[in-house]
Design a protein around this ligand. Structure first.
Ligand code: NAI
Length: 506
């Protein structure tokens, strides 16, 4: 069977079905769409045809290409019309019983060699396949919304799926111009599993009163390079939808603490604070527009202040430059200084002061990640004197750069969110849920992160990420921060987190 010009059936003409129809019709395959609701398949086809026509009008494709793609789209009145398909991809309602029944019915009408794929995002592929006589030809094929633009799909073999089925689906996806990654039949597969850290850790930071919602979002955008903050993303997806995913992955992973959902979420869902679709979520919306908080002006600088900068600070010279700029008097010893500035990884400001015998009322901490030239985060101890806090903000903002002030938190905000993301990715590799290369590509393409998570860990430094997690764990006692052995071993050996295990057999 040649990979091109196959006949592909798409069952379910909703959001995902439409995208899948478009992708494969434009990739040169005959695509037949069926939906149980009257006219739904025709509506789906009309929708896709409209998109393809617009794409030609905008000059993205030629009129001839558009016409050819449109000519490849067909609509079925009955499931039995899919009998001649080489592959059927279902994108029906997320309900196990419905999918089992559908695959059973398909198996009875289709050729022995045909492949049955499910676009489910949360069901177990092996459970869907268990209803089939030949589970070896059943697999997950998980696309992301919008399908033509999100250029990655997860191929998910169930426990009995054959290698040939996996390879065949991988080829189909790759020839449509998407990156096919293979993910084990485990909760969240690869992308939704790797994406847990961003939300759960941001919610944890919020729970601990470290910073407010706009501050956490702004930090993760400006200092870490995410396109959207976690709360902006939750508002976009809808908290009802994301809340369900958070709970379902936690339950399916047998209450793994790394995925523990936040108690902040259920009351907000009950109150209808779902996000953009309900007009209010973590933010308020006027139509499509998000109401932005008004930024606070930096306090006026204080000239002649006696400042001590910890010689151990990563950016000692740069902080000294800022202090000189605001006419501070630099002190050699912490004792006589009015303001103490420290920098560290993984600890909180209180812990650092106590460990180094510094006065917590006069001490502030500056996050060394991502570096002062990119963003400045100032962390306070619970007993900081307000005038010292104001002087520290003025000093750090002296050259006009924005400063985010946060409460005491082990690993500030960015260190702990990134360390959590790296740790979860490391554990995905450790469990063999996906290969290192697939993890990296799937996260960049499926989640839009600026770097793959393991490469990101390398940029921060594997041993540094390990130390951050160990220190957060020591401070909080929470097992969610326990480092994955994949990370610990590579950090201890001083090798890249991207290094796979050597094969056990030559
Ligand atoms: P949707 O609600 O937009 O569309 C589902 C379509 O399936 C409807 O047109 C419905 O009439 C039809 N349908 C229901 N039962 C059927 C049956 N027994 N036979 C034939 N057609 C039937 O749903 P959506 O969002 O497209 O999701 C479809 C699947 O894709 C679900 O399994 C979902 O979990 C998964 N998914 C959804 C994503 C999303 O962002 N919406 C992303 C990735 C996966």
């Amino acid at each position: 069977m040649h990979a091109y010009n196959r006949t592909i059936g798409v069952v379910g003409g909703g959001t995902m079905g439409r995208g899948i129809v478009q992708l494969f019709a434009q990739a040169g395959h005959r695509v037949l769409c069926y939906d149980i609701a009257a006219d739904a398949a025709q509506k789906a086809a009309d929708f896709v045809i409209g998109l393809i026509r617009r794409s030609a009008e905008k000059g993205r494709i030629t009129a001839a290409e558009a016409q050819a793609s449109i000519g490849r789209i067909g609509v079925c009145e009955a499931l039995s019309e899919l009998a001649a398909c080489d592959v059927v991809i279902e994108a029906v309602v997320e309900d196990l019983a419905v999918k089992i029944d559908l695959f059973r019915a398909l198996e009875n009408i289709m050729a022995e060699s045909a492949i049955l794929a499910s676009n489910t995002s949360s069901l177990v592929i092996s459970e869907i396949a268990a209803g089939c006589r030949r589970p070896e030809r059943v697999a997950g094929l998980h696309f992301f919304n919008p399908v033509p633009l999100m250029k990655v799909a997860e191929v998910v073999p169930g426990a009995r799926t054959s290698t040939a089925t996996v390879e065949s689906l991988g080829t189909l996806v790759a020839q449509a111009g998407h990156r096919a990654v293979v993910a084990a039949d485990q909760p969240g597969f690869l992308v939704n599993h790797a994406g847990r850290g961003f939300y759960t850790e941001a919610l944890r930071v919020l729970e601990e009163g470290v910073a407010d919602v706009p501050e956490i979002d702004a930090l993760l955008r400006a200092a870490a390079g995410f396109r959207m903050g976690p709360f902006e993303l939750l508002d976009l997806t809808g908290l009802d939808v994301s809340g369900k995913v958070m709970t379902s992955i936690y339950e399916q992973f047998q209450h793994e603490p790394r995925f523990r959902p936040s108690s902040l979420v259920p009351p907000r869902i009950a109150a209808g604070l779902l996000g953009r679709k309900s007009g209010q979520g973590w933010y308020r919306y006027e139509g499509e527009r998000k109401q932005e908080p008004v930024p606070l002006a930096a306090p006026p600088p204080r000239s002649g202040m006696r400042v001590w900068i910890d010689p151990a600070a990563d950016e000692h010279a740069a902080i000294q430059g800022l202090a000189r700029r605001s006419n501070a008097e630099l002190c050699d010893a912490a004792d006589g200084a009015e303001l103490l500035i420290v920098q560290f990884w993984g600890q909180d400001a209180t812990g650092y002061c106590v460990e180094h015998g510094l006065d917590a009322r006069r001490c502030v901490a500056v996050d060394p990640l991502p570096g002062l030239s990119r963003h400045r985060t100032l962390m306070l101890t619970p007993v900081i004197m307000p005038e010292t806090r104001d002087a520290a903000v003025a000093l750090l903002a002296g050259d006009g750069a924005p400063v985010t002030v946060i409460n005491d938190s082990p690993g500030f905000v960015v260190q702990r969110v990134l360390a959590t993301i790296v740790n979860i990715a490391a554990n995905i590799a450790q469990r063999g849920i996906a290969s290192v290369l697939d993890i990296e590509d799937a996260v960049k393409l499926g989640l839009g992160y600026p770097h793959g998570p393991l490469a990101w860990g390398d940029r921060i430094g594997g041993s540094r990420v390990l130390a951050i997690l160990q220190k957060i764990r020591a401070r909080t006692g929470d097992p969610r921060y326990r480092p994955s052995p994949w990370l610990s071993r590579r950090a201890e050996l001083g090798i890249s987190l991207l290094t796979p295990d050597v094969a056990r057999r030559p």
